[in-house]
Design a protein around this ligand. Structure first.
Ligand code: ADP
Length: 419
């Protein structure tokens, strides 16, 4: 299969969760999204498929299909029939209109970044399931169902950990006995890889330089938050670790804490592993500090005089500033800092406070440019700031579709080389 950039190729992107999945079809000639949708509450009687289509560039059409999607197979079959039916929101005439299916997969270990799916790849996704129990099995199901529904289409797995496989060993290794780490594959994997990769490439374009020549600090601040040190276009460190729990203070996750807190709580409260997982992943972070996990609610509560909310906000910003500062020596030279995700794109106060009083590091924000929400990529630093600061709305589906075509191109190039 060859990929001719002049020809409009459509790629179906699947982002699967345990009881839901999202999808998009993108026209890769123009990189335009043709439709997107979500199947929610799979397995429950009130499951629903919500589908949106953009026949022109502006006009949006919305379709809602309520049905009993008893499993992923039923949900994906429903999506396939919608995609193929012009009257119900369709965007393709037949499977042959699609070039491939690109799947977001959580964990592929150090082996894989983005790859054409075969049995070995499926085995690896399975092998890493204990480390991504909510996502990897669902991602694998998505692949297997697509193989059934569209047997003629190649499936490409794009791993959320993939961008971070370039970290050096001293950045990804934890200082625990090596044998134990090897036995259970314990190391830093990092997450949000497609987002960090996408925004670093877009930032390179704004800097007017090739991606492999720029050094960046990329901040993905959504419900989950992670930050990445990008040297010459490659991830060299990131704040999330073995799981998405490590690093920054997040909506409901604690981020990094003294690990001895866990053993202490086990002794005092007799917490089990499951209890601790729930505590640190779902009841901590902004929610644990002030009862709100949405940054908008934290800001509103703080403005209304809630001291816990003020502390939560201060801690969120402080943890972000510490990571930004720590990546300067990691990178040596920093060309730009990029903000993305629901908070990164929409919370000017967070961006402003994250970059305040950093003249010594060459960071100067233009508060007029920084004000308000940002819907298109833009620079928010002053003309004399030696580190440029950008807000770039992330687009993980587009990055997965780009990666899907890259993989197909590489596969066809290597086929030709062996012919
Ligand atoms: P996810 O990580 O699930 O993809 P998003 O990137 O959409 O999530 O980020 C969601 C978060 O973005 C919300 O929890 C909220 O805290 C934050 N957010 C969205 N809009 C605003 C806003 N206008 N001001 C501050 N925070 C916002």
């Amino acid at each position: 299969m060859t990929h001719d950039t002049n020809h409009a190729h459509k790629v179906l992107v699947i982002n699967g969760g345990s009881s839901s999945f999202k999808y998009q079809v993108l026209d890769m000639g123009s990189e335009r999204r043709l439709c997107q949708g979500l199947v929610e509450r799979i397995g429950s009687p009130d499951s629903v498929l919500t589908h949106k289509r953009w026949p022109g560039t502006e006009r949006e059409e919305k379709f809602v299909y309520k049905d009993d999607y008893s499993n992923h197979n039923a949900g994906m079959r429903a999506v396939a029939s919608v995609l193929l039916d012009p009257a119900r929101g369709g965007v393709i005439d037949s499977a042959a209109d699609l070039t491939a299916v690109g799947h977001r997969v959580l964990l592929g270990g150090p082996e894989y970044t983005e790859v054409l799916v075969n049995d070995r790849v499926k085995d690896v996704i399975r092998e890493y399931s204990p480390l991504g129990p909510l996502h990897n099995p669902a991602n694998l199901t998505g692949i297997e169902v697509m193989e059934e529904i569209f047997p003629s289409l190649p499936n490409v797995a794009v791993f959320d950990t993939g961008f971070h496989t370039t970290m050096p060993d001293y950045a990804y290794t934890y200082a625990i006995p090596r044998q134990l780490a090897a036995k259970y594959r314990i190391r830093r994997y990092g997450f949000h890889g497609t987002s960090h990769r996408y925004i670093s490439h877009e930032a390179a374009k704004l800097l007017g330089r090739p991606a492999d020549q720029v050094n960046l600090i990329t901040c993905h601040l959504g419900n989950g938050c992670s930050i990445c040190a990008v040297r010459q276009g490659r991830s060299v460190d990131t704040s999330m670790g073995l799981t998405p729990l490590e690093g920054l203070v997040m909506g409901t996750r604690s981020g990094s804490i003294d690990p001895a807190i866990l053993t202490y709580l086990m002794q005092r409260e007799h917490y089990s592993g499951t209890d601790l997982n729930t505590l640190l992943n779902k009841q901590s972070g902004l929610r644990g500090l002030c009862g709100h996990n949405d940054m908008r609610d934290v800001e509103a509560a703080r403005d209304a005089g809630d001291e816990n909310a003020a502390l939560a906000m201060n801690m969120f910003v402080y943890s972000l500033r510490k990571y930004i500062g720590s990546y300067f020596p990691v990178l040596g030279r920093v060309d730009g800092i990029v903000f993305t995700g629901g908070i990164g794109e929409n919370a000017p106060e967070v961006r402003s406070r994250a970059c305040a009083d950093m003249d010594a590091l060459g960071i100067r924000l233009d508060e007029d440019l920084n004000a308000g929400r940002v819907s298109q990529a833009k620079k928010i630093s002053t003309a004399d700031s030696s580190v440029q600061v950008f807000v770039i709305p992330t687009d993980e589906e587009l990055e997965i579709a780009r990666a899907t075509l890259r993989v197909l191109d590489q596969a066809s190039a290597s086929q030709k080389a062996h012919a």
